[in-house]
Design a binder for this molecule. Structure first.
Ligand SMILES: [Fe+2]
Ligand SMILES: [Fe+2]
Length: 273
């Protein structure tokens, strides 16, 4: 059995503090084999710096995924090339720096394929996410090239995420939706054995507008007059994640939401206590 924790979009200083505080504790308490984090909003809400990325690895994060904000910090275009555990959407155009998939090995020798991909509904037009991920899953089949596989499907539309789950059902261990920053209550195991959730939610201050200090977004929605920059909200974060147990066949046997701290109601997996 492989025990995996996926932490949703970390927003700003507040979200980072939650990751740094909780990851070492949760790794030990639950005996986690892999911890994956979506870091696309970790640097002031926009992108990721190398020092933040290294802070995450130092507390026990195994890999970091990205999304539409992947290259908001220009330095990411450079350091992603030397960081094999940093994964950007696989369906970015050919020539984009970095990689969209990687096999991460842990100290026990277990191999996890991590794929990051972006949806196309209400988002930038990119290559077909379904075909792009299928190529990666064909290259790294469960049970031979890897022991487990996880797809971070970074997308706006719930329908696209559900359709994607069905397409890879039985071929990937887990499909975890990211990007909306609101946790959905529909975590489940699909008929073919793939663990699924529409959106894991963000790790940040929920007294906000999707992680940003609420004053400027509210002003823009109500008056259309921008009068400042978007800044991350600085109150205590809720760490939002998905916990999953993956069997010897590479399929998910148990999945549960995790919510710790901040404004949201607490949730922890019952199967590891
Ligand atoms: Fe995000
Ligand atoms: Fe996003």
């Amino acid at each position: 059995m492989i025990r995996l924790l996926f932490i949703g979009d970390v927003v700003g200083r507040s979200g980072r503090a939650a990751v740094l505080e909780h990851v070492p504790l949760l790794r030990a308490r639950w005996g986690l084999d892999f911890v994956i984090v979506n870091g696309e909003n970790a640097a002031g809400g926009f992108g990721l710096t190398e020092s933040i990325f290294q802070d995450f690895l130092a507390v026990g994060v195994d890999a970091v995924t990205l999304g539409n904000h992947a290259f908001d910090q220009r330095e990411a275009l450079l350091f992603i090339e030397r960081q094999p555990r940093l994964i950007r959407p696989v369906n970015f155009p050919p020539g984009t720096p970095g990689r969209g998939a990687a096999v991460i090995e842990n100290v026990k020798g277990e191999r996890l394929l991590v794929v990051n991909v972006m949806g196309r509904v209400f988002m930038d037009p990119l290559d077909d996410p379904f075909a792009a991920v299928r190529r990666e899953l064909d290259l790294y089949p469960l049970g031979t090239a890897c022991d487990a596989s996880l797809v971070d499907f970074h997308a706006e539309a719930t329908s696209e995420k559900w359709a994607f789950g069905h397409v890879v059902d039985g071929k990937a261990s887990l499909v975890i939706g990211t990007h909306t920053h609101a946790p959905s209550a529909d975590h489940r195991i699909l008929v073919g054995g793939t663990g699924f959730i529409t959106d894991v939610g963000m790790t940040g201050d929920y007294d906000s507008v999707i992680g940003m200090d609420k004053s400027e977004p509210v002003r823009r929605f109500t008056t259309k007059v921008p009068s400042g920059r978007f800044e991350p909200a600085l109150g205590p974060a809720t760490l939002c994640a998905v916990a999953a147990e993956i069997g010897a066949d590479g399929l998910t046997k148990a999945i549960a939401p995790v919510r710790i701290g901040g404004l949201l109601s607490e949730a922890q997996p019952g199967f590891w206590t």
